[in-house]
Design a protein around this ligand. Structure first.
Ligand code: OAD
Length: 243
């Protein structure tokens, strides 16, 4: 692993156009559970049981219970050394984009600016009737929150399975992936599209790609660098020479 890190540091220190994609693994050391793993995500539900428009239509109170649990949990945690290291990287690189699949807001809290939250943000709600989006940082939104403007049922303003990403957002994410010299993939299982294809789009355009994860993923075999270990330990090592 040591040799991999030193070679990767040389790549990063020279790179002018860097794109990073993060997933739930970067927030794991903050205490936010990842989506996939033994025992399911919440109670005995799998993420695909509670993060779909069909599940919300069937039982909005259950889905709000899940999101209230997440709101409460995430309100009690903070960013970690991995998030901070990406803020350092952003300061060092001319053309930098951080694409995250996470809705926890921890990258923004840490200070990342050039950020694309492609799956939305947990703290935003959207009216299912009039479509208005508002920010609400309540730890508990109640059983079935409604819109103050029109009385419609509110839903979390996040992307669920089967829903399309914001076209402008995904356009920017694809552009950042196709135009970078180096792409770093951190803490994602690499199985949810379209995020999972971004590293391949970068590589197809000639970028070097690297993965940081505590375990092998379906993408590991395609990487130029694979650094195995916790993001909160490896990312700070990558940026330690910047200051
Ligand atoms: P997953 O839960 O699928 O994967 C988390 C990844 O993080 C796994 O590959 C773990 O091995 C890795 N990991 C865990 N702890 C780590 C650590 N300390 N350091 C580095 N890696 C670590 O989460 P995502 O890939 O983010 O989307 O999931 C993608 C999307 O699926 C989510 O954004 C969400 C979910 O359904 C939607 O809700 C639409």
């Amino acid at each position: 692993m040591e040799k991999g890190i030193n070679e990767l540091k040389k790549v990063i220190i020279r790179a002018k156009r860097v794109t990073v994609l993060t997933g739930a693994g970067i927030s794991a050391e903050s205490g936010v559970p990842t989506f996939r793993g033994s025992g399911g995500l919440w109670r005995n539900y799998e993420v695909t049981d509670v993060a779909t428009p069909q599940a919300f239509a069937r039982d909005p109170k259950l889905i709000w219970e899940f999101y209230n649990w997440r709101r409460d949990l995430i309100s009690k945690v903070t960013f970690n050394a991995g998030h901070k290291a990406l803020v350092e990287l952003e300061k060092h690189v001319n053309d930098f984009t951080l694409i995250t699949q996470n809705v926890d807001g921890l990258h923004r809290q840490a200070g990342s600016k050039r950020l694309l939250e492609i799956h939305g943000n947990l703290w935003e709600v959207r009216c299912t009737k009039c479509g208005v989006v508002t920010m609400d940082r309540s730890k508990n939104m109640g059983q079935l929150p409604t819109c103050t403007a029109c009385g419609g049922i509110l839903r979390p303003n996040v992307i669920w399975f089967g829903e399309s990403l914001n076209p402008d957002m995904i356009h920017k994410a694809i552009e950042a992936s196709q135009n970078c010299e180096f792409m770093l993939i951190v803490g994602t299982s690499g199985i949810v599209q379209p995020a999972a294809s971004l590293a391949f789009q970068a590589k197809a355009k000639g970028a070097l790609i690297a993965e940081i994860n505590i375990e092998q993923t379906p993408q590991s075999g395609h990487m130029d660098f694979v650094l195995t270990g916790p993001a909160g330990e490896i990312l700070p090592m990558l940026v330690e020479d910047f200051n």
